[in-house]
Design a protein around this ligand. Structure first.
Ligand SMILES: [Zn+2]
Length: 500
């Protein structure tokens, strides 16, 4: 076809083909198929069309409009690709380039999905107005046609049109300028949130992520978000969080209200992946569990970077070395320790052991650490401070009782007294929580004057006892005092002693 139009940004190829008919003045749908594809049996497909090599051939090479560009930018491929394994994506792309005969929709999981494709064309009335001003014609933006999407990322709610998809006109590419726009949809804030996630997802280029990668991702995700019960996934809490976040009604309308049964898709998502899950299920789980902190794009990036040794059996392999009996002494030791604690704590206490394992059994170490990754939840054993205050005060009383009788005791400073206690760390840090102890410490601790007086008294009594003549300089030396350091009160006391 001469002068086949280039797609506008985010335009669905369905819309580009319809426009080519308008540009060419072609009114017969079959004639249009003949002109574009040289094939009258092509089905007008919105989401994942095929025969794309023929379309790509319409453009000069210099435009760079190859099959991959058309698929990534002008079909709904980005909402399926990251959730399918790479080898399947490879096949699907092959079918989309050439003939599909339904294989694309089967292999991508669209046919079996709980999330149903849209039965009609949807548009954003505001976008259509802007398109006319900017381009002089209207086109279909791919975001509008994504299943479950009710809002335009730029404006508000989408409107439903009269065009039924896959009905009697399955070979007809309907130009958007010809559709009758009906009522705008009713939307909620949840619809907007979902729409934002999809808008981001549409810009992701992914070759696919294996089931093993997604399995590992969700295991780590549940752990990092605190959704483990011991070492098991806390399915009940996950279920409740998802329902609270998105609302029963919204999930039900979307066709993905998770059930309470063992076969619930949500439980399946956090177990070993045996089949693929839809973009909507991934978004719902990731956003709810992270309370909006994690986007679908974050999840895709993280899952893509997970390395699993061998796709098919990586899940089993992950567990296999751990249950084997042929572990080295170091491995056995690490395993025992890690079961009691968690990797970081064990590593800090056993640096040499960790270093040996890191050198000799790196893969094994990473695997087992991942399994025991969840840090033990610290149970806040609430301290009964009143009781603790009483207990330490009793101890302080006894300590002081012994020391105050001893004239040879060192300076009974506050610090010295605290250091005689069993729980000195607690007292130092939390004295404000220990009022009794605090009062007793003020009462018992010696000032400089008191201490000097005690030393002077001790020296005086000793000299008297041994029948020594009380001479000032000897008394001062025995007491370890000097005129410079003596306080006034002690100086007076000294005078009194000497006058006796
Ligand atoms: Zn819009």
């Amino acid at each position: 076809m001469i002068g086949f139009p280039s797609p506008y940004p985010e335009e669905l190829l369905y819309s580009t083909i319809a426009r080519s008919g308008v540009h060419d003045g072609e009114t017969s749908p079959k004639q249009l198929l003949e002109k574009v594809f040289k094939n009258r049996k092509v089905i007008a497909t919105l989401d994942l069309p095929s025969h794309l090599q023929v379309l790509a051939n319409q453009y000069p090479k210099t435009l760079g409009m190859n099959v991959n560009v058309l698929i990534n930018r002008h079909t709904l491929w980005p909402i399926y690709a990251p959730f399918l394994p790479p080898e399947r994506n490879h096949e699907i792309i092959k079918w989309m380039s050439g003939r599909s005969k339904g294989a694309v929709h089967l292999a991508s999981g669209i046919i079996a999905s709980r999330v149903k494709t849209k039965g009609r064309l949807y548009v954003c009335a505001e976008c259509l107005k802007e398109q006319i001003i900017r381009y002089g014609e209207c086109f279909l933006s791919r975001h509008w046609q994504v299943p479950l999407i009710k809002t335009c990322p730029k404006h508000a709610s989408l409107s439903v049109t009269t065009i039924v998809i896959d009905g009697e006109h399955r070979h007809t590419y309907t130009a958007i300028g010809e559709v009758e726009v009906l009522d705008a949809l009713e939307i909620s804030s949840i619809d907007k949130l979902f729409s934002q996630q999809v808008a981001q997802l549409m810009q992701v280029k992914s070759k696919g992520i294996s089931s093993a990668q997604w399995t590992t991702f969700y295991k780590q995700f549940a752990s990092s978000q605190g959704y483990l019960d011991g070492r098991r996934i806390d399915h009940v809490r996950i279920h409740n969080t998802v329902i609270t976040f998105w609302g029963k009604c919204w999930l039900d309308n979307a066709g993905i209200l998770p059930s309470d049964t063992e076969t619930s898709w949500l439980k399946g998502l956090f177990r070993k992946h045996r089949k693929s899950f839809s973009f909507a299920e991934h978004i719902v789980a990731i956003v709810a569990i992270s309370n909006g902190a994690f986007t679908i794009c974050d999840a895709i990036e993280k899952a893509s970077n997970i390395t699993t040794s061998n796709e098919k059996s990586s899940y089993k392999k992950e567990l296999k070395p751990i249950i084997t009996n042929q572990l080295s002494q170091d491995q056995i030791e690490w395993k025992e320790k890690i079961e009691q604690s968690y990797p970081k704590a064990v590593r800090i206490k056993n640096k040499a052991l960790y270093a040996r394992l890191y050198r000799n059994n790196y893969d094994w170490l990473m695997q087992i650490n991942r399994l025991f990754h969840a840090e033990k939840i610290v149970v806040n054993k609430r301290v009964d401070w009143k009781q603790r205050d009483r207990k330490i005060a009793r101890e302080l009383y006894c300590v002081y009782g012994e020391l105050c009788e001893d004239l040879n005791a060192p300076h009974l400073s506050r610090t010295f007294l605290i250091h005689q206690l069993e729980q000195r760390g607690t007292v130092e840090k939390h004295l404000n929580r220990l009022p009794r102890c605090s009062t007793l410490l003020c009462f018992y601790s010696e000032s400089i004057t008191e201490y000097q007086s005690r030393r002077l008294t001790r020296a005086y009594l000793e000299m008297q006892k041994s029948g020594q003549e009380i001479k000032r300089w000897i008394l001062l030396r025995q007491a370890g005092l000097s005129d410079d350091r003596m306080t006034d009160i002690v100086a007076d006391l000294l005078k009194e002693m000497l006058s006796e």
